[in-house]
Design a protein around this ligand. Structure first.
Ligand code: 9UX
Length: 68
């Protein structure tokens, strides 16, 4: 499981936007976004570039912390 910190989400619509955007990345599956924990978790069915994850989240207006 991969985990990425996301700053700036303040409602469930934000959560939905992040889930949708991350799920659209090839190789990313099982996306779960937590508003309370300010993070997203996902699985990789194929290797995914961390830069792509960060770029996708930034593009829709949130700030990205560490990818673990
Ligand atoms: Mo609504 Mo969530 O404009 O940040 S989508 S608060």
């Amino acid at each position: 499981m991969k985990k990425v910190e996301i700053k700036g989400m303040s409602c469930m619509h934000c959560v939905g936007s992040v889930e949708k955007a991350l799920s659209a990345i090839e190789g990313v599956t099982d996306v779960k976004v937590s508003l309370e924990d300010a993070c997203a978790t996902y699985e990789e069915s194929a290797p995914v570039d961390e830069a792509k994850i960060k770029e996708t989240i930034t593009k829709i207006g949130f700030e990205v912390g560490e990818v673990k």
